[in-house]
Ligand binder design. Sequence first.
Ligand code: AHR
Length: 403
Amino acid sequence: VIDGTEQKALFITGKSHCDRSADDCGGGGLSQYRVVQYLCQSEYAEYGGSAKFFFRGIRLFWADVFETDDAAAADQTEDSAEAAGTESSAASGDTVTIGFAQVGHESDWRTASTDSCLSVFSADNGYDLQFVDCDNDSAVQLEAVRGFIEQDVDYIIIDPIVSTGWDTVLTECEEAGIPVIVIDRTIDDSDKYVSWVGSNFKTEGLAAGEWLKAYTGAKGISDVNVLVIEGSTGASATIGRTDGFKEIADANGWNILDSQTGDFTQAGGQEVMESYIKSYEGKFNVVVCQNDNEAFGAMDAMKAAGISYGVDGDVILVSFDACTAGLEYVMSGDINADFECNPLAAPFVEEVIKQLQAGETPEKEVYMTEHWFVNEDVLSTINVNGEDQDLTVVTKEIVDAQY
Ligand code: AHR
């Protein structure tokens, strides 16, 4: 009872699985916001089904279900929210709605990236995160972004599976007035995003090359015959690491015997390595895998073929990412060197969002800090892009502290 008048409330409840019925918002899937949106799309279809009509949908639902036209309170909320220009945030207190189109779940690195976003953009922290795992399918990713536009989310985060083909959908985001923040991989054919937070993949590739040059020099290895297992085709992580490493390989006259995609997965790494062994057995002494999971697959394939690798082996094994399991293999000497790709972008993305909320202009590019990890204490630094950079010998403390 408010001011002597009895009020009525609509309680949108949750069960363990959402069946998209009008009063069930699910335990962890669809949010209450989306249930109301569902109401707008069905019983109140003439009001659009867009988040823009969120309050109008509630008002009509209220009036109809409770058979009263006393919807003044809902009207008031609608008016003040429209005046403030912040309909969806106002609808749920200070809740900020974010759509995140994630690449997929192909690697340990990806899991760490997803976990970081889920923990930073949690309900407890005041966010309503709509998360889509795009399963490495670019069409699904474009569809996910368009779905976020439909939902009229406050911000869209994209980790682009491939670096091109983005201008049209980013124009649509711009026209809808939704700021886009890109993380991890880059978008190379459009600048219609507010900020990008990620890694310098070319520098990672250059670092791997510079380390191999210094390491083979220190060990007196003059004949360098390399097999590369690339990441997913068209991903900027693949393009940058390939270009950086090749630059050093070409400058030093190394022989790159082959370079094929393992799609950033363990199964892909194993399959490519098995086929390399059939074609190049006895002819290679370096394997460069563009992520840890591919390296795990390549190790399985070499082990099965009786080929020794790592610090005491015949094949130098180089990897990227440096997630916990990768560093464990560096510590055991199975992987010689691992070049970090830092997946913890979410806190930096939150900073960008806070700046936007405060009306400030965030940096267009934010680079993550990364380290180069090795097993042996034979070199302490390498020179990358004209700058001396430290090599870190992996210890148990380092492994335990890693993501
Ligand atoms: O884009 C980052 C890369 O994607 C990581 O190196 C890899 O593990 C992931 O799948």
